[in-house]
Write a protein that binds this ligand. Structure first.
Ligand SMILES: [Cu+2]
Length: 158
C-alpha cells in the first residue's frame, strides 16, 4: 500500500517535470537557457559506439551491441561485455543500470531488466532515457566473487 502510494507520487512528480518542459524547451525564452541546446554543443558526452568501453577499479565494461546504435530519447537496448583486467570474460556478474540527469537531479522511473547472455555478455533493456539532454548512465558491477565497482557512460540524446 505505502509502496504503491510512494510510486504514484513519484510518477506525479515525473509528470509535473515533463509538463514543465525541463530540458525540452525550444522557444529560447525558458530560464534554463545556459544549458546546451543540442548534443553538438554538449561537450560532457563521450562517443558511444559498439566497442566503446569504460574501465573501473576492477572491471572493464564494453558496449557490444546497441539498438539503436546511437542513444535515443526513450527506450534503448544495450548489450555489454564485462571483462577482468586480463581481458577475460566475467560470467555470473550482477549489473545495476542507473541513468541520471545531473543537470536536473533525476533518474528514470523505468528499471532496466538485465539478462545474462553468457560469455561475459549482458543485455539491458530498456535503458530508459526519457528526456532530451545529457545523461550519465552508471553501471554498478558486482562480479561472481562479490567484488564490485562502477563505470559511467556519458551520453546525450536529442
Ligand atoms: Cu531531465
Amino acid at each position: 500500500m505505502l509502496a504503491n502510494r510512494m510510486r504514484s507520487r513519484g510518477m506525479a512528480l515525473l509528470v509535473t517535470m515533463l509538463a514543465l518542459g525541463g530540458c525540452d524547451g525550444d522557444d529560447g525564452t525558458s530560464d534554463d537557457s545556459s544549458e546546451p541546446r543540442t548534443c553538438a554543443e554538449e561537450d560532457r558526452a563521450e562517443a558511444f559506439t559498439v566497442g566503446t568501453s569504460q574501465t573501473g577499479d576492477l572491471h572493464t565494461v564494453s558496449i557490444v551491441e546497441a539498438d539503436p546504435a546511437e542513444p535515443i530519447r526513450g527506450d534503448n537496448m544495450w548489450t555489454v561485455m564485462v571483462t577482468d583486467p586480463d581481458g577475460a570474460a566475467m560470467e555470473g556478474a550482477t549489473i545495476g543500470f542507473k541513468p541520471w540527469m545531473p543537470d536536473h537531479g533525476h533518474g528514470t522511473p523505468v528499471e532496466a531488466e538485465i539478462t545474462e547472455l553468457g560469455a561475459g555478455e549482458y543485455e539491458a533493456t530498456p535503458v530508459n532515457l526519457f528526456m532530451a539532454g545529457y545523461w550519465e548512465v552508471t553501471l554498478d558491477v558486482t562480479d561472481a566473487s562479490g567484488a564490485s565497482d562502477s563505470v559511467v557512460f556519458k551520453v546525450c540524446v536529442e
